[in-house]
Design a protein around this ligand. Sequence first.
Ligand code: A3P
Length: 339
Amino acid sequence: MAALDTSCLVGPVAFKDLNWKDEGEMETAPPDESADDIVASLPSNTTGPNLELRQYQGVWMLGTVVPGLISLQRHFRSRPGDVLLASPVKSGTTWIKSLTFATMARFSYPPCAADHPLRRLNPHECVPYMEEVFLHGQEAKLEALPSPRIMHTHLHYSLLPRSLAKCKTVFVCREPKDMVVSLWHFLNRAGVNFSFSEVIELICDGKNPNGPFWDHVLGYWRASKVRPDGVLFVRYEKMLVDPVSTVRELGRFLGVPFSAAEEAAELPMEICKLCSFDTMRGLQGNKTGSTGEFNFAHQSYFRKGIVGDWVNHMTPKTARRIDTTVEEKLRGSGLTFTS
Ligand code: A3P
């Protein structure tokens, strides 16, 4: 397949469409050798189940991801127009990637277009995961993306390099009990065998990947209060209730508000239809294939897509434990997941 001629394209362009590997036009950056020494010196979670976590600058994360983060912190340079999506795992990342991509790409690809990238690619192939991009030395590919670029991270706000923290940022999070349930199913589908109680322990100890959860949400929450024009704080539950309002809000926040003509043509609704759980799950690019460092099956990103599935998985006592742990940490911040 020939590479796209990106010079004549207006972004965002799907990351996978740059097709750089086949062309062999860009070299991978050499790995940061000192990163391995840094990783080896970090506290590790040796008591947990079979996933090695390291604590870097106060945040627990997969040891394998830390070199990517270090490289990102050292080398990332933002561009005007860059958009960053951020989220804890299993909180609506796939959805916010597709909604943002569809909203920003609508001038080149109206949502009903048969050749829309989201009809053939998984959303994770459209919007790159920054830690992985830098882990694999794909900075040149990121550089080749035409502006505006859309990028994603699971990093805490405190870990973002200054240049990235300046980008327009959309953060999505989810009620933690539903997030835990989603994570447990996802890991099991991926062959990482955690018991449900082990995942609960990880979350309540703050030692989940990209934990503690409360620090993750608080970082972006506070940033959204200090810089409302720079950080948009979105909740999965609200998106489910009213996705069209979320899309309008995304458009306004990202500087591409929907015009009266676009509203009359029901474009926000068309975008929501394209990115809905049922549509996405049925598309070929999401039914087959896999993505990323751990080869997660595309279909594993679409399970139920509902609010409140936790009642089918945990006792009231366990639910109270998560609620209490999280609420204690959030006290005084104005952010809550229990009301
Ligand atoms: P469940 O496991 O509760 O169903 P992430 O994308 O951050 O990995 O989050 C995955 C969760 O988002 C899963 O939740 C998945 O089903 C849900 N999801 C994925 N695409 C969605 C969509 N278009 N609409 C609503 N929920 C979606």
